[in-house]
Write a protein that binds this ligand. Structure first.
Ligand code: ATP
Ligand code: MG
Length: 232
């Protein structure tokens, strides 16, 4: 359990914490974490992600891979997550959210056009956006849609396949410049060819970006420099 001073720091760290300039290393050293105090999900977990490293994280369903991803982005608080050898909760939450970009399996898709969904509001670098449209996985997506990028997505998002939605999420990622990318089953609904095209683009845009790739597929071996297995 956290002491009063520490839990207070967890709260204020969000707003007035240290400025996170550049992410140079990530260390996960968790003795125990559970959503419920009586039910630990993660126990004795220890690994590092070094600068420029592409680390794969595999393990069976329910072993806690997505939980680690959420702890790294401060969706939940725990002790034992370090950025540049300092506990994550010492940093400003806004810096963490700006520098760490996570793509989940089911990213939020909202009613609007496919283009709206990729750009998600103003402030998009149009030149970069146009360039992304020429990536093979995007050409493939655009070709399949009845009105290309202007295809309207329904309220429930059910006029797109799972893999097509995932391609939109990847296009959104390519528009950003994060310092750590976390892909949590981000291509799980795609066929192998699509997945390969997506990883080609990610490799091109983020060749030097620290990455954590969570997947059930062996294909991540082609992209990751090291793979760790989470036991449960
Ligand atoms: N918000 C939550 N509240 C309570 N328990 C949760 C919550 N999220 C996950 N869990 C539980 O934590 C455990 C680990 O879940 P997690 O999603 O991290 O597994 P995973 O390794 O990502 O699995 P998968 O390969 O199926 O995606 C599961 O037993 C799950 O039921
Ligand atoms: Mg998961």
């Amino acid at each position: 359990m956290l002491g009063i001073r520490k839990s207070l720091f967890l709260k204020i760290g969000g707003k007035w914490g240290l400025k996170l300039k550049t992410i140079k290393s990530i260390k996960v050293q968790i003795d125990q974490f559970g959503y419920d105090h009586n039910d630990p999900i993660l126990e004795n977990i220890e690994f590092k992600i070094e600068e420029d490293e592409k680390l794969g994280l595999v393990g069976k369903t329910g072993c806690g891979k997505s939980t680690i991803a959420k702890l790294l982005t401060k969706f939940y608080n725990t002790e034992g997550i370090y950025i540049n050898n300092k506990e994550i909760h010492k940093y400003r939450l806004s810096d963490i959210r700006n520098k760490i970009y996570i793509v989940f399996q089911d990213q939020v898709i909202f009613p609007g056009t496919v283009e709206d969904n990729i750009q998600m509001g103003s402030g998009v670098n149009q030149k970069k956006y146009e360039k992304i449209l020429h990536e093979n996985f995007m050409k493939d997506l655009i070709e399949q849609l009845p009105n290309g990028l202007l295809t309207k997505i329904t309220e429930a998002g059910d006029n797109l396949s799972g893999g097509q939605k995932q391609k939109i999420s990847i296009a959104r990622l390519l528009l950003h410049n994060p310092e750590l990318i976390i892909l949590d089953e981000a291509t799980s609904s795609m066929d192998e060819k699509s997945e390969e095209m997506v990883y080609d683009s990610i490799s091109k845009y983020f060749s030097n970006t620290m990455s954590l790739i969570i997947s059930h597929r062996n294909t991540i071996e082609n992209y990751c420099s090291r793979i760790i297995h989470l036991e449960k």
